[in-house]
Design a protein around this ligand. Structure first.
Ligand SMILES: CC(C)(COP(=O)(O)OP(=O)(O)OC[C@H]1O[C@@H](n2cnc3c(N)ncnc32)[C@H](O)[C@@H]1OP(=O)(O)O)[C@@H](O)C(=O)NCCC(=O)NCCS
Length: 199
């Protein structure tokens, strides 16, 4: 599967992505506010195997994709149908993303998240997409606001990160109240998305 945006291509992972993924997944700057990592090599191998397995499931409930720019992997983004969605047949999924540290601040997470949200609503026909981030992770909260998500909750002591329980902000966007183009036109145009599905 591939999603193309103005500057990025989001695509399924392959085994040859190990080095690029491991470089950012083993970096403590990347994992300061998440409950995984810094990765050992086996963790990254397990992650790539998990993505490969999920990509072949029918129906597919997990779209975790490499974010590439000019053919180079610069991060990862995922859209995962959550347990409630599978149990109740609710059309809900959770979004997440990581950009390698030397590429932060270029709007890439916003562009990738907007593409996944557009894919989730237009192709998976989701009714709601959610995300969580730690209150201290101002960059992630900024991304979620820029793609048109609003804060709907606060979970106290939600994640154990580096031995400390941290709160989570819960963000959501619903298909029914979605603005057609929440991200400014100079960074992203939802009309510009070129969707190619290649299972
Ligand atoms: C969170 C993360 C993905 C952001 O990636 P990014 O590509 O740098 O984000 P963007 O450039 O799209 O930033 C979007 C907005 O976030 C805010 N933002 C980004 N970096 C910021 C920073 N260091 N401080 C404050 N706000 C910031 C800004 O509002 C920015 O909008 P602007 O460019 O119009 O000012 C990146 O920092 C990262 O990979 N962190 C580690 C993994 C992680 O925490 N993932 C999220 C888990 S919840």
């Amino acid at each position: 599967m591939k999603l193309a945006t103005r500057r990025l291509v989001l695509r399924d992972y392959g085994a040859s992505d190990f080095e690029a993924v491991h470089a950012f997944a083993s970096d403590p700057r990347t994992t300061a506010f998440v409950d995984w990592g810094p990765n050992a090599e086996q963790d990254t191998l397990d992650f790539l195997e998990f993505c490969r397995r999920k990509a072949s499931e029918v129906p597919r409930t997990n779209h975790t994709l490499a974010i590439t720019r000019d053919g180079e992997v610069i991060g990862s983004a995922g859209l995962t149908m959550n347990a409630r969605a599978r149990r109740d047949r609710a059309r809900e999924a959770e979004i997440g993303y990581t950009i390698r540290p030397d590429q932060w601040g270029n709007g890439y997470a916003t562009e990738a998240a907007a593409a996944l949200i557009d894919f989730g609503f237009s192709q998976l026909h989701l009714s709601r997409i959610t995300a969580t981030c730690r209150p201290e992770n101002v960059a992630s909260a900024g991304v979620l606001q820029k793609v048109g998500m609003g804060q709907v909750g606060l979970l106290k002591n939600d994640r154990l990160i580096s031995g400390r329980w941290m709160d989570s902000l819960v963000f959501a966007i619903d298909a029914v109240n979605r603005s057609p183009d929440p991200v400014s036109a100079d960074t992203w145009s939802s009309q510009a998305i070129n969707l190619v599905r290649a299972f």
